[in-house]
Design a protein around this ligand. Structure first.
Ligand SMILES: CC(C)(COP(=O)(O)OP(=O)(O)OC[C@H]1O[C@@H](n2cnc3c(N)ncnc32)[C@H](O)[C@@H]1OP(=O)(O)O)[C@@H](O)C(=O)NCCC(=O)NCCS
Length: 171
């Protein structure tokens, strides 16, 4: 399968943070930020594979700084690495104070998407070629993150099997 440059999946979106996206403190809802992260990451994965994709998992999202109503945020995402049918996508969110121009990375995350056909069967995706130093760093460290995810999934499965579904009968 023809490899693709990481830059080909790069996706950028800027928006103004408005009151409907915020909590009582005037800062952005974490859930809203996560929804934007999933949204932009899925576009990068779709662009890389040119196939329908689904989110397989999201790694931790660290909210490093609050995002304040009236600020601008810029989300950027790209595919960093692929395995067989899965793609790792990196997303960063930069906030900008429009009055001062001060910018900072306020959150980032890695997500994994899997390409599927119309029957939900998984499909192979092209390898990703890193070019910049940052892309190379993310690309070379991806196999270790993949290994950790597989371990985490095993643990999630184990907990899911133990979860007492009977409890839900009382709802
Ligand atoms: C993601 C999904 C397609 C994987 O299907 P599966 O039958 O478990 O397939 P496999 O175990 O063969 O894994 C297929 C690929 O997904 C990857 N994968 C599966 N679960 C994963 C997870 N939790 N995190 C990261 N990658 C995962 C595997 O590593 C594999 O990648 P590879 O082919 O590159 O090695 C399937 O679990 C699914 O459809 N989940 C629901 C997705 C969804 O609805 N997302 C929206 C959120 S509600």
């Amino acid at each position: 399968m023809e490899p693709k440059k990481i830059s080909q999946s790069r996706t950028v979106k800027a928006m103004l943070v408005l009151p409907p996206d915020s909590n009582a403190l005037g800062t952005m809802f974490g859930g809203k930020v996560m929804s934007y992260i999933d949204d932009i990451a899925s576009i990068s994965a779709f662009r890389h594979a040119r196939l329908q994709v689904v989110t397989a998992s999201t790694d931790s999202v660290d909210f490093l700084y609050p995002i304040i109503v009236g600020q601008m945020i810029c989300l950027e995402s790209f595919v960093t690495w692929t395995h067989k049918t899965s793609m790792e996508v990196y997303v960063s969110i930069v906030s900008e104070d429009l009055k001062t121009g001060e910018r900072r990375v306020c959150a980032s995350s890695f997500l994994t998407f899997v390409a599927i056909d119309e029957n939900g069967r998984t499909l192979e995706v092209p390898p990703a070629i890193p070019e910049t130093d940052f892309e190379k760093e993310l690309h070379s460290s991806a196999p270790e993150r993949f290994r950790q995810r597989m371990e985490r999934k095993q643990h999630s499965r184990m907990l899911a099997e133990k979860f007492p579904l009977r409890r839900l009968q009382s709802l």
